[in-house]
Write a protein that binds this ligand. Structure first.
Ligand code: SF4
Length: 172
């Protein structure tokens, strides 16, 4: 099993985070927008036109956001490097895939941290099993990640994390 990249690489993504999610009133974004709508600050080269002044412009939410590597995986591995600008019909499919893969990548980051703790054998085995379940072999489409085996592992993560608390403290 090979873990996917868990750090974002915007240079290999099609700015999926800048269109997939809605910006809502209570959030830290300088404007409101619907899901599946490109942010007006997004340039034609998929770069943010206000990147150097995001926080000052009221876009702290963008500064804090990470896709944990899901964006480039969707763009490169699931859509062969094509983008929603090449083919606008791809837009809802790419954003859906980001919304499915991002929580999986975030969960893998948590499991990576858990694996570094001094855990008893049973929790160590559970950690490895959850990690394996979240990494379907040779995925070719988003549907490999919506399988019950993957989604069940994702749903089990909060309970697993609760069981880590005593070991997280003793590892400090
Ligand atoms: S402000 Fe920039 S980083 Fe934030 S969503 Fe818009 S284009 Fe993307």
């Amino acid at each position: 099993m090979t873990l996917p990249e868990l750090k974002e690489d915007c240079s290999r993504c099609a700015a999926l985070c800048c269109l997939a999610y809605p910006f809502e009133e209570h959030e830290d974004f300088g404007l409101l927008k619907d899901a599946d709508t490109p942010c007006p600050n997004l340039g034609p080269d998929f770069r943010c036109t206000i990147h150097s002044g995001l926080a000052a412009c009221g876009f702290g939410g963008c500064v804090a956001y990470s896709c944990a590597g899901a964006g480039q995986r969707v763009t490169q591995a699931l859509f062969d490097g094509e983008t929603w600008r090449d083919d606008p019909d791809l837009l809802p499919h790419m954003t859906y895939a980001l919304r499915v893969l991002r929580p999986i990548h975030e969960a893998l980051l948590v499991l990576e941290e858990a694996a570094a703790l001094h855990l008893p054998g049973s929790l160590r085995s559970r950690c490895a099993a959850l990690t394996r379940a979240l990494c379907p072999p040779a995925p070719t489409s988003v549907w490999d990640f919506t399988e019950d085996s993957v989604q069940d592992a994702l749903a089990e993560l909060p309970e697993f994390v609760e069981r880590l608390a005593p070991f997280a403290q003793s590892s400090r």
